[in-house]
Design a protein around this ligand. Structure first.
Ligand code: DAH
Length: 368
């Protein structure tokens, strides 16, 4: 901003005063016209109205003092008018805010499309796992978890796979290296199933127990269309007095209908698991062909979905070491275990298990 000093005034007649004040008013108007933004307005205020160096201060100091007494009134009137004009200019400058150019530079064009941020969503595995858990939660089951790095004792021995038993070979196990000096039961491995959490649960609480245990499990399996070395299971355990195979059948039949629709039928096929006796594989009527027979069910009309059985008394005997109430003469129970990937693949018609882990947004985006 230009800072002209205030000239001395030599003539004090009305015409001279008018001219002198008009010149100042013009200067103020020109300066005000060039103001842009609050900082400029503040500089203008200091320049004109500042108590010490302001021009008006200068005018009243020099002109008013030098004026002969008869001219003071005329000078004072014009001074007040100039001051009012400067204040008006300042108010206008502050009220106007930033200039149009400054506004245009910052402006947000609300007619443009916004930046689209992707909303996160549950992974289909998590979603299926939660769905399975809530079916059982509605039946009064609680939810438990256990460690993924497990001991041989919990993963195998307490589940009635004795050392050297051939049933161990059905679960190709990934073991933690360099533990040969430890007793077998303490050696660490990546759990091959969620069943060890049955034992951990029973050791922590006496019967009755109704619990589902979702979790990740690991096997030394090569990946193909339906196998992955890491996958998920939901384990279930129900222990109380007088639990029978009918309870098991009714519970799982209900759960399969809740997961796949009420038209689904179940059947129980004899099977073997070391920790249940008797054991069964649960098959559901093929959800693709309704049981008529198709490629998906290999023309049998049935699809095998999970394992289950009545808890083996040998398993209760291990639990009774810590919780004597697990006396197989007084209580009974059933257990089941299902693969989450397999159920998700059935529910959503997914043919490659690898799709779950590839992180491909074109796949995952379908589950938003
Ligand atoms: N643990 C079994 C597996 O991974 C699945 C299973 C079968 C769990 C029967 C159970 C059961 O609790 O009763 O192959």
């Amino acid at each position: 901003m230009m800072t002209d000093t205030i000239p001395n005034l030599t003539a004090f007649d009305e015409a001279a005063l008018d001219q002198a004040f008009a010149a100042l008013a013009r200067q103020a108007q020109d300066a005000a016209a060039a103001l842009n933004g609050e900082a400029d307005a503040e500089a203008f205020r200091l320049d004109w109205l500042g108590r010490k160096q302001g021009r008006l201060n200068d005018v009243s100091g020099r002109w008013l003092k030098a004026a002969p007494p008869e001219a003071k009134k005329a000078l004072g009137l014009r001074f007040n008018a100039l001051k009012a004009e400067v204040e008006r200019l300042l108010d206008a400058a502050l009220g106007a805010g930033p200039s149009d150019a400054a506004l245009a530079a910052e402006a947000i064009d609300i007619t443009l499309p916004g930046t689209r941020r992707l909303t996160g969503a549950e992974h289909p595995i998590t979603r299926t796992l939660n769905e399975i858990v809530s079916v059982f939660a509605a039946l009064g089951y609680s939810v438990g978890v256990g460690p993924e790095v497990e001991t041989d004792y919990y993963n195998f021995e307490s589940m009635n796979f004795p050392p050297g038993h051939p049933a161990r070979d059905t679960q190709d196990t990934l073991v933690v290296a360099a533990q040969d000096r430890r007793p077998l039961r303490d050696r660490l491995l990546l759990r091959t199933h969620t069943s060890p959490v049955q034992m951990r649960t029973m050791e922590m609480q006496p019967p009755p127990v109704r619990i589902v245990i979702p979790g990740k499990v690991h096997r030394n399996d090569a990946q193909d269309a339906t196998h992955s070395p890491i996958f998920h299971q939901v384990e279930g355990l129900c222990v109380d007095t007088n639990i029978t195979f009918s309870d098991l059948k009714g519970t799982l039949d209900h759960a399969m209908k809740a997961l796949f629709g009420s038209a689904v039928k179940t059947r129980f096929f004899p099977s073997f698991f070391p920790f249940t006796e008797p054991s069964a594989d649960v098959q559901i009527s093929c959800i693709f062909c309704g049981g008529k027979g198709c490629r998906k069910c290999k023309n049998s009309g049935w699809i095998e979905l999970l394992g289950c059985g009545m808890v083996d008394p040998a398993v209760f005997a291990f639990a009774a070491e810590k919780q004597p109430a697990y006396d197989p003469k007084k209580i009974s129970g059933f257990a089941f275990g299902m693969g989450v990937e397999r159920i998700a693949m059935m529910k959503y018609g997914i043919s490659e298990i690898g799709s779950f882990y590839a992180g491909d947004m074109r796949f995952l985006g379908q589950f938003v």
